[in-house]
Design a protein around this ligand. Sequence first.
Ligand SMILES: C[S@@+](CC[C@H](N)C(=O)[O-])C[C@H]1O[C@@H](n2cnc3c(N)ncnc32)[C@H](O)[C@@H]1O
Length: 220
Amino acid sequence: MPAAPKPDILAAFEAAKGFMPTDEGLALYGAAVEAGRLGLPLLEVGTYCGRSTVLLADAARQAGVTALTVDHHRGSEEQQPGWDYHDPETVDPEIGLMDTLPAFRRTLHRAGLEEHVVALVGRSPQIAALWNSPLGLVFVDGGHTDEHAGADYEGWAPHVAEGGLLVIHDVFPEPLDEFTGQAPYRVYLRALESGDFTETSVTGSLRVLRRTRATAAGRR
Ligand SMILES: C[S@@+](CC[C@H](N)C(=O)[O-])C[C@H]1O[C@@H](n2cnc3c(N)ncnc32)[C@H](O)[C@@H]1O
């Protein structure tokens, strides 16, 4: 049985703004607890308002490791004004641009998990280019275009240690609508075709893959 979050953590996840359904959150949590046993940091790409971060942070707390979360906090294409996934409350009225950092900080504070998380604010490929140590888990939930999802895979998946987990969100083998593209699905196929990962679970659009062969970047 995968580990399940305590009721207060689940409540904090469900209270946070975001797009992840509870069944997928539970699968992410189980993967994060399992990956935490490697004693390495857990990293997500795509913080938004911290919904999934709550789960990674609680798993990191239990394992005595740090959760890292990467986002420029300006929103993805489909979250911009005029698009279906836009939330006007995420716009900073002073500058007229999205800024999800304040909501993210409130989410973590309310969940009592601030000290277990390091927020990396910036563009994912720019941060990945500076990154130089192995990770127990990489959760890819950033930009959903081929450019962004592909860069996240190329920048972060090599750092997953042997036995660590690569978790990909919004994997849709069939296109759902014009907003849910298939870039995450193509990344998922690339990971499997690399021969370096095997699938361990499928929950809704969430896929959990285990690294069976380390790259140089993933070695301790
Ligand atoms: C789908 S949301 C993440 C949802 C979040 N994981 C949750 O559970 O609610 C995607 C996030 O990725 C961020 N993002 C998109 N492209 C990015 C990039 N190239 N670098 C950093 N962040 C990016 C957006 O700002 C947005 O907050």
